[in-house]
Write a protein that binds this ligand. Sequence first.
Ligand code: ADP
Ligand code: CDP
Length: 218
Amino acid sequence: QRLVLAVDGPSGSGKSSVSRRVARVLGLGVLDTGAMYRAVTCAALDRGLDLADADAVAALARAAQLEQSLDPERESVVIDGTDVTTAIREPRVSAAVSAVATNLAVREELVARQRAVAASGGVVIEGRDITTVVAPDAPVRILLTADEGARVARRARELHGTADAQALAATQDLVVLRDARDSTVAAFTTAAEGVVEIDTSALGFDEVVQAVLDVVVA
Ligand code: ADP
Ligand code: CDP
């Protein structure tokens, strides 16, 4: 099964959860590229590296042994023998990841690894630069978008179990600031030519999954 689906979107657009479900339905693997940037961030923090030391962080990324499950039923990320599956979701990592993701030498290394996965095929690859840089030739390329309010509300529900005013206020900066920092790297949020954009703001999860599957069949 050689099919490759490239899926991009900003934080809270639904790319991870939708990609996982689509992979399951189609019997494909799934590669969460954000988890790779998060794993390197985790390792750098654990080693006490200064994230502003671009050379040191890049050296870590190049030398890192990264084992990531592509099985949509089983999320697992291990870096240099340390299981970071849970740790990569911690707020300290979310707060620091943009500093690692804007390191161009780190991107070069991780993009090369992602392209190797794309070359084997049979996978949904999701991130920020998959449709444009990692797999611009993928037969199916999708950009999921959603307005800021929807994305903040989804994250608030995920992190706090509610989207009340307090939860929204606590989540707003997390989403908006990280997107602003990420956007210095590339035009993450505009669809390149040939990329199908799906605005998920007013769609439920199942509707988004169906919309993606419709693109695959078309
Ligand atoms: P991303 O990977 O783009 O940051 P996620 O897939 O992690 O986004 O989704 C963020 C949260 O929003 C998750 O809790 C997910 O279950 C939920 N979610 C995803 N798609 C939708 C949708 N269409 N409507 C409502 N909630 C959604
Ligand atoms: O789930 P969310 O969209 O919030 O984040 P993620 O997909 O786990 O990605 C975490 C971070 O990794 C992003 O904020 C980007 O800084 C970076 N990233 C990237 O630069 N390029 C990618 N292809 C994927 C993620």
